[in-house]
Design a protein around this ligand. Structure first.
Ligand SMILES: [Zn+2]
Length: 91
């Protein structure tokens, strides 16, 4: 588990990069996986739910803007919230 601020933001930056690089058919599953891993940073008090959601929604923005991608920002945000909530409640 990351303990320094730098490593916390490294984890979030890595997850955001994964989301940006996700294949078109894997946007939702990638963003959900990223949110589940980032949820560990929420349970440890390093980040808030809102910070993680904002970072991942921002990372997915180029997918949402892509006319060939069917993911709306609402669907992305819901996938993030569901993944974070499920992860936090399972701990
Ligand atoms: Zn998509």
């Amino acid at each position: 588990m990351p303990t320094t601020l730098d490593s916390v933001h490294d984890v979030l930056a890595t997850e955001c990069r994964n989301v940006r690089n996700a294949w078109p058919t894997q946007h939702i599953s990638t963003v959900a996986g990223a949110a589940r891993r980032a949820a560990d940073l929420i349970t440890t008090g390093h980040l808030s739910h809102e910070e993680v959601r904002a970072a991942l929604v921002d990372a997915a923005a180029q997918h949402v803007a892509d006319p060939q991608c069917g993911c709306s920002q609402q669907v992305i945000a819901q996938a993030i919230d569901a993944a974070i909530t499920g992860r936090v409640q399972s701990l």
